[in-house]
Write a protein that binds this ligand. Sequence first.
Ligand code: ADP
Ligand code: GLC
Length: 480
Amino acid sequence: MKILFVTPELAPWVKTGGLGDVAGALPAALRALGHDVRVLVPAYPAMSKSFPDAAEIARPQPLGGLLPTPVLKQAFAPDGMPLLLLDYPHYFDRPGNPYIGPEGRDWLDNHLRFGLLSRVAAWLGAESSTLDWQPDIVHCHDWQTGLAAAYLHYLPGRRAKCLFTLHNLAFQGLFDHASLFELGLPDAAWHIEGIEYYGYLSFLKAGLQYADAINTVSPGYAREIQTDEEGMGMAGLLRVHAGKLSGILNGIDSKAWNPATDRHLATNYGVRRLELKAANKSALQAELGLEQRADLPLLAVVSRLTEQKGLDLLLEVAPQVFALPAQLVVLGSGTPALEHECAALARQHRGQCAVTIGFDEALAHRIEAGADIFVMPSRFEPCGLNQMYSLRYGTPPVVRATGGLADTVVDAADPKHGNGFVFGPATAPALLQALRRATAAWRDPVLWRRLQQHGMARDSSWADAARHYAALYQRLTGSP
Ligand code: ADP
Ligand code: GLC
């Protein structure tokens, strides 16, 4: 099958979270199954710099509304993956991350920037395309690409089927009514069964409403979002569309995240050479200015610092955590309030707590390897990749029982399969109790080794997920 994979982020070049990782790995896994996949992504500075020889292959037009005519360029990733770079410098040649300018605010024209991405995806998936490659499936991800489903719905003639993958229901891509015209969408789309959402235009709702199928990134999250408590205002709509909604658990890039070959680590190790992991702990302690204490459990967080991730709970119990005693390292960036609180914590507990504010891929790897225990107290978690990296790196995770965390982490109470620690309520006492259990278990070498082995033995590769996606594509196109 021919699949157009449409994404606003693509690891290793452009990544703000797990979506970038998924886009960097799933297409390759689909290609390995024999499918013809091309990845459409904006030509951000990091893309243009990495692929200076990308050749023009089309000028998609007319796109309607106030949308400009971009240039579509083709390049090839090192593994041979064809990349379609959406080049329109006025929109995409900007500093900062894909959504936010250097001063920390959303770009004011995000509806046009991601409207253009969505519109070009639909252009490629319909008869309008001038390429000699017509996708069977347009596979979209999150609100940034949700409008592609709406555009495809309103385009005449033969068109690809559309799969919309929901990575996070919290980001809904809400813009005012006037953007309907700017985006060249018909007035007919402005109703409750279209893309209108409480007086706003919602990119996310467009994806949910018009896609031929919707999936999210774990079976657990697929169930949760259909409840009023966790549906973030979309539960009713999702229940209506339950027949086209499924959950497919993410994999991880098992080449990039392999402790035996990870070039970011001080010392490589594997399940059979687990004793070598300790060298990564002391290297991390040295790097971050923590006391060299092999006798203290080292807890770690690598995360976006937002409400979703529940780090306020950890901050609340931090004094008790240090009294266990334990050390803590945090790598993250996000809301200014959480960034400041984390930084203040490190100042108050020098030697025991190290906080790095920023985005640092290499340090994230060294933390996964150097820490003893990984902490993810998320309020909700569609899938979560870090707990899977932690399992693979022999760093048992402490997670809240939600979404993909509950689907991947088995509590230590299960002697046959336990690989981490799971707690229920999103409260500071519940987290603290789980951390107490984890640090006590860490002091029991036999139990700890067993937890590590269970985690490291788990198959988190993309092969399985890719087969599920391929089956979904096949159902959509009716191909055998
Ligand atoms: P989400 O997509 O909700 O942020 P995931 O667990 O799915 O959560 O994926 C987060 C990804 O982003 C992981 O690869 C993680 O290592 C990475 N990451 C998050 N914050 C940072 C950071 N500050 N520095 C480096 N990597 C980070
Ligand atoms: C989102 C979710 C995260 C998930 C990632 C990749 O950002 O918050 O749980 O792992 O997407 O699907």
